[in-house]
Design a protein around this ligand. Sequence first.
Ligand code: PLP
Length: 467
Amino acid sequence: MTDTTDRTAATAAKAATHADPAEGKRVHELDRSHVFHSWSAQAKIDPLPIAGGQGSWFWDYDGNRYLDFSSQLVNVNIGYQHPKVVAAIQEQAAKLATIAPTFANDARGEAARLIAEVAPQGLDTVFFTNGGAEANENAIRMARLHTGRHKVLAAYRSYHGATAGSITVTGDPRRWASEPGMPGVVHYWGPYTYRSSFHSGNDEEECQRALQHLRETLMVEGPHTVAAILLETIVGTNGVLVPPDGYLQGVRELCDEHGILLIADEVMAGFGRAGEWFAIDHWGVTPDLICFAKGVNSGYVPLGGVIISDDIAATFQERAYPGGLTYSGHPLACASAVASIRAFHEEGIVEHARSLGTDVIGPALAELAGKHPSVGDVRGLGVFWAVELVRDRATREPLVPFNAAGAENQPMVEFTAACKERGLWPFVHFNGTHVVPPCTITADEVRHGIGILDEALEVADRYYTGS
Ligand code: PLP
């Protein structure tokens, strides 16, 4: 990981040369006049103008540097401005900046080969999209056509994207405003031992009961009507919910019993985030379709896709696949994925992410839990962690209510501000913060960031009402 250390060392100097408040003001004004932002009441946001980034850091035009514990939207797995990925984009742009999906292209073919190589055995072809939502849309389409069935089961605690079908399969509140959505979607409860929907006392019980619930859901829906179970291998935004050992194996068995396809949404969990190429590798389970995006090229150019089992690919050998995108397999995106995956291999980035989880992040967060009463639970793998905050450890009352807004969200607003004031950019969701830095972050940087979390948690502790 010497590259990362070098990039970090370069950061301080670079940041200093970037302070330009007047330019920052201009960027802010332009944004406020013309840019319409995602998921926001436009008058209520104040986007921070960003001047640059390097490694695990980014900075604004006023010279403030932030250690990124969010990886933006949990996508900058390789860190900012990785020289090999930047060079690959530049080289591809000079060679051939665009070509339609109808043609064969070297960058596209090599990206597909490299992705299939790290996927579980028997998944050998890749359909490229521009991002995660489109990957899920197409996986659902493939599953329906392959099985001749229409229903899709998905978890309540989930996010799968914001296009029409993906927002319908999404379980979290972002779905509500888009309802009624695509027909044929049924939600179920996945495992979450800390807040069990099944009154379980431990992971083993949670695993058995969650599987029983899924079995019963299938029974009453009619398993012969179900094309696929779509799940986030590790639920991401909705709390880094690592499934108990045995759960994914159990889902796979249920699918096999009923001829249902298993779609693993690895958009957030894949490409090193969970300390494996794909999170599903932790449990040795082989899905029928894997959806990816984000970490495949860290969003340097938009890219996502579906990795397809040989069986499903065979369905579309003689029969046309009725779906496509103008930019499917875009050469710039694919060239950046090729460079990123090669860098992951050359620099041992997956192994680095795994050992950060076991040796650095896990132990440091356990220490925070020992120190701060407001920390109800910490959980995760690799560089994919959540710290869940509560008002009372005994009752597990969340620090703020589910989907809190306005005044009731004040504790999380103050916690977020305390992190940012100290130069840490957190990923805050509901009553918790994720710890999801780039996979390339150094152990010292992790310790620095967790030191800031330690200070910021004093804000959360002030709202603690338990004994
Ligand atoms: N699936 C998961 C698990 C995600 O976390 C996300 C985005 O956060 C998506 C799908 C949607 O991806 P995109 O925003 O690239 O469409």
